[in-house]
Ligand binder design. Structure first.
Ligand SMILES: [Zn+2]
Length: 317
């Protein structure tokens, strides 16, 4: 099977928490445990915490943190180039699929990484970043996140950032963004945008999930929504099972999302539901869709084709 995952925090977790690398280990995702996949595109987020050692992680502190995790990802490519390739262009994107290695796409989870500078967004693109989640939960230079102290959407700089990202080919990700910010992105983004790791607010009323109207807007514009495996996003009481991933997928499909729904695991960023231990469980998840009589072509769309089409068309042109 082929697996295209829109979000994991494994690089941050390995570099800043666990102090080991991507090859093996007990975290949700390792290169060894993903090696059964016939093709694998994995978005590795450089997670930007809002706070670090009691201070807001902004400005130079944010840049230093970003560079630390970025360099960790580079190092993995040096160490494991036979099984891990960073997708920077059409060639590496296609080659990693054909050769069955992990085709890594670098994202930034939190626009604080650019420290309020458009030049830094260009630099991040040069570094290989191909998707940016505008905020984490708090407010930053670009916008208010879902947990910001005040209500609000994008700042004037945030609007400029979206325009620049559209221009250079960096996907705009609205997961973690406030509802106000979501609708502003929907209004101004010239390229279809993405919610990389969010579920349905209709099924689980979590602030990080999308309302039906939000989902339909992403779907209408040709963007992507990655289903988050987080227990708290799947079930209000957090007693989530593998089947809850299907429940949220099914709801989005009922809204006409066949070309929009994909996977956004949040590996190493959250607690997994019963039945999912990590990337090694994706075979069982895939089989469960088939077992309840999903057409194979639709399952392949959800696990691979939808995200692949988006990145081929808008990012790795
Ligand atoms: Zn997240």
């Amino acid at each position: 099977m082929k697996f295209f995952d829109l979000h994991c925090d494994t690089a941050y977790e390995c570099r800043c928490v666990l102090s080991h690398d991507l090859k093996s280990g007990a975290h949700h995702l390792s290169l060894e445990r993903g090696s059964y996949l016939d093709a694998w595109h994995q978005i590795f987020a450089i997670f930007m915490p809002d706070e670090q050692n009691g201070a807001m992680c902004r400005g130079d502190m944010a840049i230093t943190h970003y560079e630390k995790v970025r360099d960790f990802i580079y190092r993995q490519e040096e160490l494991y180039h036979d099984r891990f390739v960073i997708c920077r262009d059409k060639e590496s994107f296609e080659m990693s699929e054909k050769s069955g290695v992990c085709g890594a796409i670098i994202s930034v989870e939190g626009g604080s990484a650019c420290a309020g500078s458009l030049e830094r967004i260009r630099k991040m693109y040069d570094d290989g970043v191909r998707l940016m989640t505008l905020t984490w939960n708090a407010e930053n230079e670009l916008a208010c996140g879902v947990g910001a102290d005040k209500k609000g959407g994008l700042t004037p700089f945030g609007r400029e950032a979206v325009a620049l990202m559209n221009e250079i080919g960096m996907a705009v990700d609205v997961s973690h963004l406030s509802d106000e910010g979501f609708w502003e992105v929907a209004e101004i983004s010239k390229t279809p945008f993405v919610a990389s790791h969010s579920c349905s607010r209709r099924l689980c009323p979590h602030r990080r999930n999308l309302t039906d109207d939000m989902f339909c807007e992403v779907s209408r514009c040709g963007g992507l929504v990655g289903i988050n495996f987080s227990r708290g996003f799947l079930r209000e009481n957090c007693e989530a099972k593998l089947s809850d991933i299907l429940r949220h997928t099914e709801h989005f499909l009922s809204l006409g999302g066949e070309a929009c729904v994909c996977m956004g695991s949040d590996f190493d960023g959250t607690d997994m539901p019963d039945g999912i231990t990590g990337v090694e469980s994706m075979g069982a998840l895939y089989e469960e869709f088939l077992r309840i009589n999903y057409p194979e072509s639709l399952v392949n769309d959800i696990f691979w084709n939808n995200a692949h089409r988006y990145f081929s068309k808008h990012i790795f042109k």
